[in-house]
Design a protein. Structure first.
Length: 280
């Protein structure tokens, strides 16, 4: 008998066509999917430019067209790759939240912090692309974490923390994949993905998105101090404030209205994640 006959190479080779077909499908679908989201994003930009120019009727019409474009573009640009469909869904959700968040603020937009303010075409781009309104006030940016001890003068380093969390993620892959281990691995993977994007796209003055996950001391501390705050603004404007206002009008105590607002914000984020991950 051939000495190599016991090796599992046939099964391995059998899987290659499937992997290659997936890559071909991804390369075929990606340009169309990207074009679709760029069209919807450009409509968002045009709507904000119209708002800054005082063309309120045009802004309202373009806002409606933007929302329709975001929700129709997955149908207009259908893709077969499940991972790419997830990215499409996330783009739809983020674009919808951004559009509606700014619509609720249309009468009192966040104020540009520097002086003089940039021209309208630049300002509209900043409004459309900044998730935490980093150039504006009010914003949802958290200050950088302080050093772990007074004897450590080194500043917080996002690149170093990224490497630490990548190492932690690798270590967790070696453990038995219990539900707790899987849950922590998901948190670490989100940290790694978002921080990597942050390091590529950030302003030089941008503070970190996260504090180190291993410093989280409680569930409340995780959401208010440790986890990223990219969607704090739409959570407030689209979920927390409307829900708490409704409960307040019903005459409920302040503690109940606040709790109801928090639950509404969590429900909005739950819907966001369910919609984004539905293709998988």
């Amino acid at each position: 008998m051939n000495a190599t006959s016991d090796l599992p190479t046939p099964a391995f080779r059998a899987g290659q066509p499937s992997a290659n077909a997936s890559l071909r499908q991804l390369s075929h679908d990606a340009p169309l999917a990207l074009a679709g989201v760029l069209v919807a994003t450009f409509l968002l930009y045009l709507s904000l430019y119209a708002l800054l120019k005082g063309r309120h009727a045009l802004y309202n019409a373009l806002t409606a067209l933007t929302l329709v474009s975001f929700w129709l573009y997955p149908s207009a640009a259908p893709v077969q790759c499940a991972s790419l469909r997830c990215l499409q869904n996330l783009a739809v959700s983020v674009g919808t939240m951004k559009t509606l968040d700014l619509f609720t603020k249309r009468h009192a937009l966040p104020k540009y912090t520097a002086s003089p303010a940039p021209p309208a075409h630049i300002l509209a781009l900043l409004y459309a692309t900044e998730l935490r309104y980093e150039s504006f006030t009010p914003n949802s940016i958290r200050p950088p974490p302080s050093p772990s001890s007074s004897s450590s003068p080194a500043a917080y380093s996002e690149p170093n923390q990224l490497l630490v969390h990548i190492a932690l993620f690798g270590a967790f892959q070696l453990l038995p994949q219990t539900p707790v281990v899987l849950g922590v691995s998901i948190l670490l993977s989100i940290y790694i993905l978002w921080t990597s994007l942050q390091l590529l796209l950030r302003y030089k003055s941008s503070p970190p998105l996260f504090q180190p996950l291993y410093r989280g001391h409680s569930l409340a501390g995780l959401w208010t101090e440790t986890w990223h705050s990219c969607f704090a603004s739409p959570c407030l404007s689209l979920a927390y404030k409307p829900a708490s206002k409704l409960l307040r009008r019903m005459g409920l105590p302040k503690q109940v209205t606040r709790a109801g607002g928090v639950m509404a914000a969590f429900a909005a984020m739950a819907a966001f994640h369910v919609h984004g991950l539905a293709p998988l």
